[in-house]
Design a protein around this ligand. Sequence first.
Ligand SMILES: [Zn+2]
Length: 95
Amino acid sequence: MGGKFASEKRAVGFCEKCGQRFKLKLLKPETVRGRTLRNRVCPSCWDPDHPQNWQGTQDMSDPQALQNPRPDPSLAQSRDIPPAPYSVDDIPKFN
Ligand SMILES: [Zn+2]
């Protein structure tokens, strides 16, 4: 028994990109960002869902700061900037 629609066995359709005529069963819809569009394009015009279409959907943040840091207070002395191992006079001058 037949279904709700006629068979695509001998039907023809037109590619929605290039406009050329093809067998309808050769035309297939494109997918953008995981959503299937309602167009039908020929095999040469069909493009797979490009990964760049998914840009912005992934969390790409790279946080560096800690939320509740507890630094070691005994490290206060170690945070002092030590004197330079050389003086400015030790640097050779080029004139
Ligand atoms: Zn085409």
